[in-house]
Design a protein. Structure first.
Length: 385
């Protein structure tokens, strides 16, 4: 199974500037094809002796929601790592109506002619984004939000929402997933199945008996009416483990389902997570007492172990801060190519960990703009687009 590594620590070894076209330079020129190049034309040279300063710094926060660019996956877990410490990801999300219910159903509920059979919360796994040991039990908790979310707001990873009332707890094992044959895709002649987890909820909870299956039609009139009594849910894992899960909230099978029957029919109703529902991930990292802690640059300029090792971690973890203090001394040049080489380091003898054997394939590089905000460098923006 493919595993996308969301953390890494790496060794900053050197910066390599290739093929600098120089008008004047203090480096020795390399007379490539000197017999055919006019001696008055620019030299082609390279240098790999630039000073590189590097530090490991904590991430402040990252944007995890705005209604114009939803996340493609949502992490959920309580991950323990011997090098980086503990990383927590909690999902906060609204749910929306999937349509109208027949008017006759409400009268049937009031007359005792309709019965709520069960309520199930379904989450589709995004196994390609999992990190760690898949075969490990997770104590998943679903709570009712007691604080409003705003789908017109922008939320960051350090934003969190109150969820005082417990809806359910369930011990799940992602390696023992559920497959619903109604949700498949065919790609290149192969049938693709999407694993999920089905979590039973208490059908006798007040949310269902007094509101969503009470015979009151008003809660199904609009999303805003629904949000008055059902603000959303929080998903969190209570037990620290060796796994960080990921869910696809926009999947056709993700949602909360009410299964019911009448005297002549059996049906279900789905509350789903649409692109109009506010949905975000709260992220928290705790590196206290971990291997990486002494290497992190103090916010107040305090001492740390030095820059021979830098550590990079995804989510809202650690970043590497790099500077090339003497690059400005390279005057009157045109840079044709610049490369920054890293060597993946091992902190443990005979390291067989995932992050060492399968290093990350992409690292985003940002720089500060005139306002001091980090923006992705133009070269990377062009490559992505």
């Amino acid at each position: 199974m493919k595993k996308t590594v969301f953390k890494h620590f790496i060794f900053a070894s050197s910066i390599l500037i290739m093929f600098l076209v120089v008008i004047t330079s203090c480096n020795d020129s390399n007379p490539l094809g000197a017999e055919i190049i006019d001696p008055d034309r620019p030299d082609v040279v390279f240098t790999d002796t630039l000073t590189l300063l590097s530090t490991t710094v904590r991430e402040d926060s990252v944007k995890t929601y705005d209604n114009l660019s939803l996340l493609s996956t949502y992490f959920c877990g309580n991950f323990n790592d011997p090098v980086f410490g503990n990383s927590v990801a909690e999902i906060n999300t609204q749910l929306r109506l999937s349509g109208a219910l027949p008017d006759t159903l409400f009268s049937q509920i009031n007359n005792g002619e309709a019965t709520l059979d069960s309520v199930v919360f379904v989450l589709e796994y995004d196994t390609a984004r999992f990190y760690g040991d898949l075969d490990v039990e997770q104590d998943l908790e679903i709570r009712l939000l007691s604080e409003d979310m705003d789908n017109n707001a922008t939320y960051y990873s350090n934003d969190n929402f109150d969820a005082t009332e417990l809806l359910t707890t369930a011990t799940i094992n992602p390696s023992q997933y559920h497959i619903d044959s109604a949700f498949t895709a065919v790609r290149s002649g192969d049938t693709i199945y999407f694993p999920s987890v089905r979590i039973p909820l208490n059908k006798n909870h007040d949310l269902f008996q007094n509101y969503l299956f009470s015979g009151e039609k008003e809660y199904y009139d609009s999303d805003s009416a629904l949000l008055q009594v059902f603000k959303g849910v929080k998903l969190k894992v209570n037990n620290p483990t060796d796994l960080m899960m990921a869910f696809n909230l926009s999947s056709a099978q993700t949602g909360m389902f009410l299964y019911y029957h009448t005297s002549n029919d059996t049906s279900r109703y789905r509350f789903w997570i649409t692109n109009k529902a506010a949905q975000m991930v709260y992220l928290k990292s705790d590196d206290a007492g971990s291997t990486v802690e002494p290497f992190i640059s103090d916010d107040n300029g305090g001492a740390y172990l030095g820059d021979s090792l830098i550590f990079i971690q995804g989510m809202s973890g650690l970043n590497a801060k790099l500077s090339i203090p003497f690059a400005k001394n390279l005057q009157n040049i045109i840079v044709n190519k610049a490369e920054l080489d890293f060597t993946v380091a091992s902190m443990l003898p005979e390291d067989k960990s995932v992050f060492y054997e399968n290093p990350i394939s992409n690292i985003l590089i940002s720089k500060k703009d005139e306002d001091g905000k980090l923006i992705v460098i133009a070269d990377l923006s062009a490559a992505i687009s």
